[in-house]
Design a protein around this ligand. Sequence first.
Ligand code: KG4
Ligand code: ZN
Length: 339
Amino acid sequence: MRVLGIESSCDETGVAIYDNADGLLAHALYSQVETHQCFGGVVPELASRDHVKWLVPLIDEALHQAKMSKSELDAVAYTAGPGLIGALLTGASFAKSFAFALNIPALAVHHLEAHLLAASLENPGLEFPYIVLLVSGGHTQLIEAHALGKYQLLGETLDDAVGEAFDKSAKLMGIPYPGGAALAKLADQCREENESQLSPFPRPMTDRPGLDFSFSGLKTHVLTIWNNSKKDEVSRRAIAKAFQDAVVETLLIKCRRALKQTGSPRLVVAGGVGANRALRASLNQLAADFHRHVYFPAPQYCTDNGAMVAFAGCLHLLQGKQDPTIAIDVRARWPLDEL
Ligand code: KG4
Ligand code: ZN
């Protein structure tokens, strides 16, 4: 089954073609970072307009990469939420019209489910059940994945998502939007022996039981330390390092707790922050210490992309799922356990 996947929930237009027999056949992405950079964040109306502009050329490119014509597609899967409503509507309207014209099924995909299944794209042997650490720009959750479509929320952030905390902390120190990856790079460049003289930053909510998170205080801490620093490159690197260390250790403590609590043998990392080098190293160490397995998507499939949508759609379509009507229905908010 050859499935076209369309992702348009935020500021990335992602398109891919996944074949359950041959794997990923094509993958094309347009990132709108430059469009939104001067505004310091995503402008929803501009995001929607850019999706409209890029969907057709990206689909043409994906078909070209896969060396196939649109008539050889068997289904279209698209992100139906959660996300920016206008951006979601562009992808959903296109996907449903395209599927209708080709007389093939369309299927609404949950963006977070697509993220959490992304690790299976390159690890076909990865079996349920597993614990998912979902760390993106909009969400921070620990989830127990029992089976395809059966997810139980174990804990989540009470305020900022981890990616959001990375982006906001970067912005406070004058790093342009989206600063998360740039902040992580600065942290990795910090020469610890002479630059990182800062006292460790707090590890929020780790002294309390449970699996919830809170990251907004950490961002305020960054602001205080930055305002009391020389505001130069050395301070930026040192603060980035102390911030990243605090985030990574906090996530590590909660993952260890979730693995212990559930007895799950596997941990899967999903979402944009899953591309973070320090987090990957730390969770690999945790898995080795506890004799568990940890799986990460390749960094390009951690952030928003069409491949994860095509893949998640294909798994559900193979189980007989498809949109029951041609109505276009998207959801800005959509809890994963309501699937
Ligand atoms: O999953 P994603 O592409 O979008 C959402 O669905 O939210 O995640 C984007 C988030 C952004 O906040 C970005 O700054 C963060 O992931 N991010 C990183 C890194 N790469 C992307 N955060 C920390 N370290 C990275 N290397
Ligand atoms: Zn995402």
